[in-house]
Design a binder for this molecule. Sequence first.
Ligand SMILES: [Zn+2]
Length: 293
Amino acid sequence: MGHAICPFHLTPPTCHWKIRIAQRPCCRLFAQSFSMLPSRLHTCESLILRSRDHREADRILTLLTPDLGRLDVLARGARKPASRKSGKVEPFMLVRIQLQQSKFLPFVGEVQLLNPFQGCRESLQAIVASSYACELVYNLTVEGEESDLAEEVFGSLITVLTEIDAEPDRPDLPLCWLELHMLSAAGFEPALEFCVGCGAEARPEPWGFSVAEGGILCPDCLGAMPGGRPLPLEVFKILRFLQRSTWEQVRARRVAQPALSEARSIMREYLNHTLERPLRTAQFERRSGRGLK
Ligand SMILES: [Zn+2]
């Protein structure tokens, strides 16, 4: 976000900066217009997370970039059929985009389509899975936050969209991997090494999982704490393996579908609890995958 100070509040750049930015529209607009871009003109690779109509012919795009993280930009005239941006600014398209600083949102200049992820658009299941991946990343990132992890988050989402693009009917493994990696990047990593009740080290035996406590429970704590659910050993192993591994390590391994579905169900519950609401696409995602595996 930089250290710009809103002229209306003279907010100092304290540790509460992001919270204050989020609460005050004038600070947010000020910060967006003056400190989102490192220079007046900035060109970067971007994945389009969201696109929504604005006024008669414009669109506001939410981009994920490897250098600036997540940011909103204004694509003027993008809804006109004759626009050069038309067809290049749809959700989950990878583009090289030129941005220009402005008093409101940065303006979109030239757009070069790098990868349309066509396979992600060719079936309902692929569309829903790709939308879910984008919504997950949107909800676990903070707009304008300069983060050392921005490049990693960007790379993880591109990896997952590439997998869905290639194998649209098997999105569960990449999505579960993304869920665990995004939770870690956002600081909500579920504890899978120690019991969250008593601190006992995890052992290869059936334990439990507590969504409210954010991690695994030993058999004693599972019996004693309300809200825990049994965690089959195979599911525990999958979650821990996905949390610790790169995608290259994950894709080389076969994972049984029933255990993977159970792992995703636990992650869904944990995400709902962490975000304090269900993701919009999660419900569709579960339905669209049913019966197709
Ligand atoms: Zn315990």
